[in-house]
Design a protein around this ligand. Sequence first.
Ligand code: FES
Length: 104
Amino acid sequence: MILVRFTSADGGRVTEVQAHHGARLLDIAQTAGQPLEGTCGGQLACATCHLILSPESFAALPRPSAEEEDMLDFAPGARATSRLACQITLPATLDRLEAHIPPA
Ligand code: FES
């Protein structure tokens, strides 16, 4: 199991959940009540699943694809450690992941 911690955009609320390896981060976030629309259902066409990862979590995951990086250009408030949650499958090598909800 992987501990996934979501921090709200204002930093005031932290939600922690346990997730299985192989689960998709967007599904975990939505199940945990996080405000990620995921409008396109993972087709890399909306960027409404944007999360900002901690530097440690970003480094622990495989690099984003060129298509994901292109779509992140459209994500408001994107930073160097931004990812699209629909593109992240939790790897067996991970035991925790930290993500911040971007500012609206
Ligand atoms: S759900 Fe649309 S890009 Fe991730």
